[in-house]
Design a protein around this ligand. Structure first.
Ligand code: UDP
Length: 253
């Protein structure tokens, strides 16, 4: 069997050439990194869970008319996606203050924001993904004003969908990050949600207990990351059969 061509290897995923032009295969690894890859570990089963969860969210977004790069899940760790040109910006939406925002402004984590806030970071690990004002993005030619307006609108639609889905399973969507790509179709170009949507790139807190069910469990050494992601998948009804089961006994009420 011929080896397929690796297009790109990131911290949590690898991209391979797809079976047809304009497609790629996205492989989810078990690697977890934080603080610009200063902290790293391998969390068995994380890739399987994120593949399923990202499929679940991207499919749902597609069903409500939000365009994404997702085509189909191929197996436990891989999905077929459309090849897009990733805009080198992390688009972050916040509903509650947490993480870098809480730190920068001296706000208590969990403070509700008067409205969702959309912000952009420049995707560059060597610079630590710095926050960039929209003015910089326009002036430096990374995106047009129209693109920026479209990105904000797309991000807010994703926020409404994700916040609603999470609320339905007793989880608060504190904040999240998405990446957006340009999809070329003949002479036309449109912006679509790309990369992944998973607990690696969201902050998810249990509505009642405030328990963290996202990558902060790894960043802040709060317990077993796979258990937290398994709980999110279980509540959403997308638990794959061979995923790691929670290591602790669960109390049944
Ligand atoms: N985030 C991400 N990748 C990054 C930076 C942030 O997925 O490189 C996500 C993060 O998980 C959180 C949201 O974006 O859900 C906001 O992150 P924040 O700016 O607070 O940064 P952090 O505290 O994670 O450094």
């Amino acid at each position: 069997m011929s080896r397929r061509k690796k297009i790109y290897e990131g911290k949590a995923k690898t991209l391979y050439e797809g079976p047809e032009p304009g497609t790629l295969v996205q492989y989810f690894k078990d690697d977890a990194t934080a603080f610009n890859a200063e902290k790293r570990d391998v969390i068995e089963g994380k890739g399987v869970l994120n593949n399923r969860l990202s499929e679940f969210f991207m499919t749902g977004l597609g069903q409500i008319g939000v365009p994404t790069h997702f085509l189909k899940r191929i197996n436990m760790r891989e999905q077929l996606i459309r090849a897009v040109e990733i805009i080198p910006l992390e688009v972050i939406v916040r509903n509650y203050a947490a993480g870098s925002m809480a730190k920068r402004l001296g706000m208590e984590e969990g403070t509700v924001l008067p409205r969702p806030i959309v912000e952009f970071s420049y995707k560059d690990d060597s610079l630590g993904d710095p926050l960039v004002p929209e003015e910089y993005i326009i002036a430096l030619g990374w995106a047009s004003q129209q693109d920026l307006d479209d990105m904000v609108a797309l991000a807010l639609r994703v926020n409404d969908f994700m916040a609603g889905v999470m609320y339905g399973v007793g989880i608060k969507l504190v904040d999240f990050k998405i990446e957006i790509g340009r999809l070329y179709e003949g002479d036309f170009q449109r912006l679509v949600v790309a990369d992944e949507i998973s607990p690696d790139s969201c902050r998810l807190w249990d509505l009642e207990t405030g328990q963290k069910l996202d990558k902060d469990v790894f960043r802040r050494d709060l317990g077993n990351l796979a258990d937290a992601y398994t709980e999110v998948a279980r509540r959403l009804g997308v638990l794959p059969q061979n995923a790691p089961q929670p290591s602790k006994p669960t109390l049944i009420n």
